[in-house]
Unconditional design. Structure first.
Length: 395
């Protein structure tokens, strides 16, 4: 076996079958000559009772000296107990991020998440994650890949943050499924874009305008009684849109609205008298179990966004979303002195921090009480100039 050099390799002639010529300097390093005349450098060793062989590169694309150095590195790994050829083959078989997306949806989202959550996951997977990093191997994804993908959506920061949450969940499961080492989630320490929570809720005058518009729209037939009732129930109960939209008559009991499957699981929503009277007046449709019926027989209404846009425009409330009606319920409860813990239970919050967004409104009764108390003391103390304010006679 000669030492392989540029001259000796180029002198090798093709035969009817491929053959190997091994290097005299590095055992296991050689060149393979194909019948076509193509030549490629190879490394070969035994591991676990089997012969392993891998191609280093084609002659001409790499030099013989470069190939020899690479062969030495691979053979050094073998001496250290590794199996580089098997590692290369395993990496070649490793799933891509696109494959992880499909497994995440089928094995996790489809069986564990609500339809609305599944739809949001599907949207993030198909619109952002697969096009962005779908071709990368799961084991090769680094933090910079996630950071670049997230940064590329900076023009839609809220959506970028939701996508980052989906990615983080995916890579946590990749560890559970043995596709990445434990603690290697590349989404860690990728900062989210700042988000400003909306605190829009309807004031007294705005509620009066909306109420008038709802009544007029129902009276003249622009909206059905069920559409008008849906928006009134949202404000009277603090329920989420989906909870009212899919509410069934069987859920209305003497105890309130017994929802079997809300965002946070089964829960009981208190049903105030005014809301119960609204439901008592609402016509029931035969063979339809839903309270807010739609156009299709036996089904609930599927789109409340379009009627809401019409109603809010008529009331001059173009910046108000349907979800802000839930905020309105909570804000009025807080400003009326209802404890935040009670508000959280009514709304079905699982995290106290979620209810804390209304904390500044809950201080209103405290400020009013403090103002009245200080005013009474001030009347007794008198003004700094020695005069006393005129006492009001309370009858």
């Amino acid at each position: 076996m000669p030492k392989l050099t540029k001259r000796t390799v180029e002198a090798l002639a093709p035969k009817t079958a491929s053959y190997f010529v091994w290097d005299s300097e590095v055992t296991g390093f050689g060149v393979r000559v194909m019948p076509s005349g193509a030549k490629s450098y190879q490394v070969q060793y035994r591991k676990g009772g089997r012969t392993r062989r891998a191609s280093i590169g084609r002659h001409g694309a790499v030099t013989v000296d470069q190939a020899r150095r690479h062969a030495r590195e691979l053979l050094g790994d073998v001496a250290a107990g590794r199996n580089p050829v098997e590692e290369i083959a395993r990496h070649r078989r490793a799933p891509t991020v696109a494959a992880l997306c499909d497994r995440f949806f089928e094995d996790h989202a489809r069986g564990r998440c609500k339809p609305s959550t599944q739809a949001e996951y599907r949207r993030n997977l198909d619109l952002f994650i697969k096009p962005g990093i779908g071709t990368l191997k799961v084991v090769d994804v680094e933090r910079r890949d996630i950071a670049d993908l997230h940064h590329g959506l900076r023009h839609i920061p809220y959506q970028a943050n939701r996508m980052l949450q989906v990615l983080s969940k995916m890579f946590n499961l990749a560890e559970v499924w043995g596709l990445r080492p434990d603690g290697s989630n590349p989404c860690r320490h990728v900062p989210k874009f700042p988000e400003k929570k909306r605190e829009r809720f309807l004031r007294h005058a705005e509620l009066e305008r909306l109420g008038a518009v709802l009544s007029a729209a129902e009276t003249d037939g622009r909206e059905t009684p069920h559409v008008a009732a849906a928006f009134r129930l949202l404000m009277l109960t603090g329920c989420r849109l989906g909870e009212i939209q899919t509410l069934k008559w069987d859920h209305v009991t003497a105890f309130g609205l017994e929802l079997p499957d809300s965002k946070t699981g089964a829960r009981l929503v208190p049903l105030p008298d005014v809301a119960r009277e609204l439901l008592d007046r609402l016509p029931r449709v035969p063979d339809n179990p839903f309270v807010i019926v739609g156009d299709k027989p036996g089904q609930h209404i599927t789109d409340l966004q379009r009627p809401w846009r019409r109603l809010r425009a008529a009331a001059g409330l173009d910046d108000v979303r349907i979800h802000d009606l839930r905020h309105t319920y909570a804000a009025h409860a807080a400003s009326s002195g209802v404890p935040l813990a009670i508000i959280g239970r009514i709304l079905g919050h699982t995290q106290y921090q979620t209810t804390m967004r209304y904390a500044h409104l809950a201080d209103a009764p405290v400020r009013e009480a403090a103002n009245q108390n200080a005013g009474a003391i001030g009347e007794l103390l008198g003004r700094p100039d020695g005069t006393r304010p005129r006492l009001r006679v309370v009858s």
